[in-house]
Design a protein around this ligand. Sequence first.
Ligand code: CA
Length: 226
Amino acid sequence: MCLLVAEDEPRLRKALIHLLENNKFMADGVATGVDALEYAKTNNYDGMILDIMLPEMDGICVLKTLRNKGITTPVMFLTARTEVEQRVEGLDAGADDYLAKPFSTSELLARVRAMLRRKDNYVPDLLTWNHLVLNRSTYELNYQEETRLLGGKEFQIMEMLMQQPNFIISSEQFLSHIWGWDSNVEVSVVWVHISNLRKKISAIHAPVEIRYIRNAGYLLESRNDL
Ligand code: CA
């Protein structure tokens, strides 16, 4: 899956590309609307993330031009919270989704996956470890015959744990990744969600465990290893 990122703020553009590449996407970055159009015209992308306020040509104009050329690549806009009118205009121009800045990394990834799912040849997005299966489309956690539905935050925590089994993830890492840097959420909220996750893991008899390491964080490990 290859994405085009058009964002003129260098730090945000680099952060977006870094985040996408860390999550197994390929990504090209451009800084202007004209470059976005040139790259997008190659039609080599599975999806695009376009900032609305871009130099030379704004994101809405880029999208209108692409749609007029018959290029149907799904597009998600990035907007500042104040740009509400432009959002409406963007919808009319054929954007698939919006994400208001500032956003959390997990929200961005969830929206990107949703955007890509709308493409025709979509296959279920499953994350598997030790025969434990996390379905990223339905938020279901499955082991053999048993399945439980996870809440949004539970899903995001479980996804982080399953992406890095046997590695300690601190409460602060969960907070910054899932709730965003600016949030005022207390560390105890992570504990509550982990506690609920443990109950669901136990309910489906999965041979894995979320272990707490004092003063460090949580890790997902196989109970067969204990
Ligand atoms: Ca901008």
